[in-house]
Design a protein around this ligand. Sequence first.
Ligand code: PLP
Ligand code: COI
Length: 361
Amino acid sequence: MATLDVKDIRFEKVAQTKEKTPEDKLGFGAVYTDHMLLIDWDDQEGWHDPRIVPYGPFSLDPATAVFHYGQAIFEGMKAYNENGKILLFRPDCNFERLNISADRLSLPDLDPEFALASLKKLLEIEKSWVPSSAGTSLYIRPFMFSTEKTLAVHTAKTVTYGVILSPSGAYFSSDLAPTKIYVEEEYVRAVRGGMGYAKTAGNYAGSYKGQDKAAALGYAQTLWLDGVERKYIEEVGAMNIFFKINGTYVTPALNGSILPGITRRSVIQLLEEAGETVEERHVSIEELLGGIEDGSVEEIFGTGTAAVVTPVGELAYRDKKYVVNDFKTGPGARNIYDRLTAIQLGKEEGPQGWSVEVCKV
Ligand code: PLP
Ligand code: COI
């Protein structure tokens, strides 16, 4: 099968560029740029016809397999505009994870180097869309799904990969304000052997029931417990979770049912480089709640591409509320947020290869 080359990407320019939303009114995932990247795959030709075309709807047969059997994966990453420099943060990790998700969902592997090169080409075309005010970024959504027209249950013979771009503001509130999280005991997100470690559509569809319950009670997100004993903490709806317990940073160990967050991985490394102790281990809900009550849990915060670093000021579990650090943003969350975002914006030197310059506006 032919290998893909960026020079083969066909470009079809929009007739007229869209009007830009003011940066303070962007919201999250509400506005899209002029163009998108698409590449098709089939089991005869492999990946072919890479193209950058006007952003617009797909026309798919109602029998397209993805509508019925959910063979779909995605990634989430951001481009930053710092003084006219367009920067990506560890994009290689996203394309590595895309292939891990693809493998779990029986979708085809996409060459990570081509994935990055084609993203850079799209970004060069769309660079005027990368917002620059504090807390904003261009959210990048690579995705892949089965396009085969069949109701038969089998691995896709035809697939599309796409990248769409969304100028966005903060996912939760900006300014590192603490959020409130509901500990879900009835529903579970994933079990070992399932798809928890993959970034796949079904994991999110299955989480809405818990999320809606949490929202009705005034909580922003759900804290998921393990699917077998409902005892050990896994992660939050759209972020991984960290606890500062007696001065040590603790995060649930990756076990196959937790999404291996790129922000999580980066935060662990940055904390260790700053001389902090980080433990990746099982944390039971009893240990956590007991620690909040006796004061040994000093801080809780979530990490994610959309969420960045989000302090957690309150947990609800079985009708009881547990307030963390007086519902204030702690120094641990503040320091790691400052260091991480400084590297993402190219203001501070980070570990080699983390900040990747795409082009200048
Ligand atoms: N866990 C879930 C379920 C997520 O959706 C996300 C967001 O991508 C994360 C964790 C954090 O992952 P990352 O830091 O790679 O964005
Ligand atoms: C991300 O942080 O990139 C996510 O994918 C989380 C959410 C918006 C689904």
